[in-house]
Design a protein around this ligand. Structure first.
Ligand SMILES: NC(=O)c1ccc[n+]([C@@H]2O[C@H](COP(=O)([O-])OP(=O)(O)OC[C@H]3O[C@@H](n4cnc5c(N)ncnc54)[C@H](OP(=O)(O)O)[C@@H]3O)[C@@H](O)[C@H]2O)c1
Length: 288
């Protein structure tokens, strides 16, 4: 059954993944957050109320994220931490080493979510990486597993591999660039049909659309900022937005999305079903 989108959200709202574990609905991203600054800003996010940190081996800041988790005074089980197999480490051995490295870097007892960062590398590499993730999940080291930047053809390939190989694992989460100018309705529909939780990266389009008239008018209507409008849109589409900021006031602003609601007309004003305008890379279209 597809995940139900709640009618009311707060910062503690969670979705239940196919793994049975829960994922907090608002994530704090740390791509391009310098390692030296990462513990301090992540601690600020945790103090603000975020309980979900999205890192990756490629970001080179897993360790300061884990330091923030340890030094936050919060219980480990109340914080959700994600890392990812780097694009160049796919394949069974590469993914196994990646997982080992994440545990070495973080010193954590378990990792909440581990994703394949991108589908680059060919079928054998993608399937091998999945096998390594499924084994780590079975061993209890990683609680939930999934993919990022997979196109529908990659998702079909993985679904077929899971069915035919017996390696196990379900796709608990998928992570994609998603915002009104990149709604990816085909991928989202594929995921929702299978209870795959959809995470939205670049949810505020890295600030590139800040001056769009539709955002200015919705921001004025609700007394909110353009960034808050985009994050609220993401929540109301049923996504888990992962927003990055190293600026304390923006970290707080981006969490201020729970006490207002976009109405049907607002959501329609942000509905551009045919738009395809990524602001980051787009591995979903790769065919290797
Ligand atoms: N799986 C993937 O391939 C992939 C790819 C990209 C991103 N991600 C994940 O998604 C997260 C978010 O994506 P992203 O960092 O690329 O883009 P984003 O969250 O859409 O935008 C971040 C940018 O917006 C600025 N910003 C943040 N809040 C703001 C606000 N309220 N007002 C104005 N500007 C604001 C930030 O500046 P300051 O930091 O200077 O405040 C930063 O430059 C990443 O950190 C990462 O965890 C995953």
């Amino acid at each position: 059954m597809a995940t139900q989108i709640p009618t009311k959200f707060d910062i503690n709202t969670t979705y239940t993944m196919s793994s049975g574990y829960k994922i907090p609905v608002l994530g704090y991203g740390v791509y391009q957050t310098p390692a030296a600054q990462c513990e301090e800003v992540t601690l600020h996010a945790l103090r603000t109320g975020y309980r979900h940190i999205d890192s990756a081996r490629a970001y080179r800041n897993e360790q300061p994220c884990a330091d923030a988790i340890r030094n936050s005074g919060l219980r480990r089980e109340d914080i959700f931490f994600t890392s990812k197999v780097p694009p160049k480490s796919l394949g069974y051995e590469g993914a196994k080493k990646s997982i080992e490295s994440s545990f070495f870097q973080t010193g954590l007892d378990y990792i909440d979510l581990y994703l394949i960062h991108s589908p680059y590398g060919g079928k054998e590499a993608r399937c091998g990486a999945w096998k390594a993730l499924a084994e780590a999940q079975k061993a209890g080291k990683i609680r939930s597993i999934g993919v990022s930047n997979y196109g529908v053809h990659h998702l079909d390939e993985l679904e077929e591999y899971i069915k035919s190989s017996g390696v196990g694992g379900t796709i608990d989460v998928g992570q994609w660039e998603l915002h009104p100018w990149l709604p990816r309705n085909d991928i989202v529909e594929w995921a929702k049909k299978r209870n795959v939780v959809v995470e939205a990266y670049c949810p505020i389009v890295r600030g590139e659309r800040a001056k769009e008239p539709v955002l200015t008018s919705l921001a004025e209507k609700h007394g909110k900022t353009w960034a808050q409008i985009l994050l609220r849109w993401s929540l109301q589409r049923g996504f888990v937005p992962l927003v990055k900021s190293v600026t304390p006031s923006r970290i707080e602003e981006n969490a201020g999305i729970f006490e207002f609601e976009l109405d049907q007309e607002d959501m329609k004003a942000l509905d551009f079903p045919d738009s395809y305008a990524p602001c980051a890379w787009d591995p979903t279209t790769s065919h290797d």
